[in-house]
Design a binder for this molecule. Structure first.
Ligand code: AMP
Ligand code: GLY
Length: 420
């Protein structure tokens, strides 16, 4: 069968590599993909958000199954469009994708169905928002309602900063239409855990837990990024906590989406914070996380394509979803300057070692792989212990070269400390 993956990053590269373990797949097209995936897949220069061209391509090329990974095509209804023309697709329909594309929708869902999350209010009106924060304790969290590339969250330590954030989102359009409505919520503390799940609306199966490192600087300092590295499993996520999450968060969320007439099928991502009042939802994503996918799928022992088809056909309860007992670490190498301005076009030399290098931002030019993005690649290693996985990933990172490369040297340190 010929299949199609929509998206272009390191997450998509990891998905493509894992899918290829299924030998009924003849060819994978990635739209648009990137030059670093050319060995495994055929990259087609169609933007992930160009639904019309995507469906046209699928029809002309005898595509038997589609995997839609990024948030924006899902929010635009890519799965609805593909399914409408008879192409089975992995990923939520537009109505279900709103669990990520509108924070106001997600928060209202949690409130209605008593799913634990930070207390909040939604505002479109600047005066009302400014009035609301006046006597609220600090820090306070201001979020743009819509998709903002993970950058639409401001944690304000002073009322002045909170006021500036409100004005820049509601008045100055700092996040465009995404920020014309905002959520203001209580600041929570505790370790963060990412849990990706497979769900077909009837069954929900958590994948191995992971820990993202979102800030650009070591010790979790500086600007938020798309993610600078991950480890899995997350040592804070004990079996007891997993059980609580299943009972109070995962199943209630699946059931809530069904009750709202928006059954969720695909990968539902839970961004959790383990507070002293129990696990709470910080955010939902309607898709695989990046770079969580790179570590999580490295530990998946069973067939991803079989699982994805089972999700699509609503027979997930029959699927074999198993993870190894190993540990994984992914170190993201970025262009220095990211997440602000950076230069690209530098040649990449890959390490000669048994790690997986998932390429996120690169292009092929005359057979050479050149940097072409902020996050360039993720060096991903697995081993029997977390410590060994981290060491293996960093050893290979030291052997991966391109000009102006930047990476955090402390990926996994917080997790190691938790184990001590
Ligand atoms: P989000 O895009 O909603 O995942 O937020 C990005 C990051 O901001 C999260 O990973 C948290 O580290 C932080 N954050 C978001 N909401 C809160 C909150 N209510 N309390 C504390 N930190 C938060
Ligand atoms: N790593 C977080 C995300 O994919 O949104």
């Amino acid at each position: 069968m010929k299949i199609m993956v929509i998206g272009s990053g390191g997450r998509e590269h990891a998905i493509v590599k894992k899918l290829l373990e299924n030998d009924t797949i003849e060819e994978i097209f990635v739209l648009p993909g990137n030059g670093g995936m050319a060995k495994e897949a055929t990259c087609i220069p169609i933007k992930a958000t160009d639904i019309e061209k995507i469906t046209e391509f699928a029809a002309k090329n005898d595509i038997g199954f589609a995997v839609v990974t990024p948030d924006d095509p899902l929010a635009l209804g890519a799965v609805d469009a593909l399914e409408a023309m008879g192409i089975p697709a992995f990923g939520p329909y537009k109505a279900a994708a709103e669990i990520e594309s509108s924070k106001a929708f997600a928060k209202a869902l949690m409130k209605k169905y008593a799913i634990p999350t930070a207390a909040y209010e939604v505002f479109c009106d600047t005066e009302a928002a400014l009035e609301y924060i006046k006597d609220k304790p600090l820090p306070i969290v201001i979020k743009a309602d819509g998709l903002a590339l993970g950058k639409g969250v401001i944690i304000a330590n002073t009322h002045q900063k909170a006021e500036n954030a409100i004005i820049s989102m509601l008045e100055d359009g700092a996040f465009g239409a995404s920020g014309r409505r905002i959520v203001i919520e209580e600041f929570l503390t505790g370790p963060e855990v990412s849990v990706l799940t497979f769900t077909d609306g009837k069954t929900i199966v958590p994948m191995v837990s992971s820990m993202d490192h979102k800030r650009i600087g070591e010790g979790d300092t500086g600007l938020n990024t798309g993610g600078m590295g991950t480890i899995a499993p997350n040592p804070y996520y004990t079996e007891d906590i997993a059980k609580t999450c299943m009972e109070t968060i995962f199943l209630p969320t699946m059931n809530a989406m069904n009750a709202e007439g928006r059954p969720f099928k695909g990968c539902l991502y839970f961004g959790l914070m383990l507070t002293n009042k129990g696990p709470m939802v910080i955010e939902y994503n309607c898709r695989f996380g990046d770079p969580e996918t790179q570590v999580v799928l490295s530990l998946l022992e069973t067939d991803l394509f079989d699982i994805m088809r089972a999700v699509r056909d609503e027979r997930l309860s029959d699927a074999d979803v198993r993870f190894s007992n190993k540990h994984a670490c992914c170190v993201i190498m970025a262009s220095s300057g990211y997440p602000s301005k950076y230069e690209s076009g530098f040649e990449i030399t890959l390490p000669d070692s048994d790690v997986n290098v998932f390429i996120a931002g690169a292009r092929l030019d005359d057979g050479k792989l050149l940097t072409a993005g902020g996050r360039v690649l993720g060096v991903t290693a697995t081993a029997d212990t977390l410590e060994a996985a981290i060491k293996k990933a960093y050893d290979a990172t030291e052997k991966t070269h391109f000009k102006n490369a930047y990476f955090r040297r402390d990926i996994g340190s917080a997790a190691l400390n938790a184990l001590r």
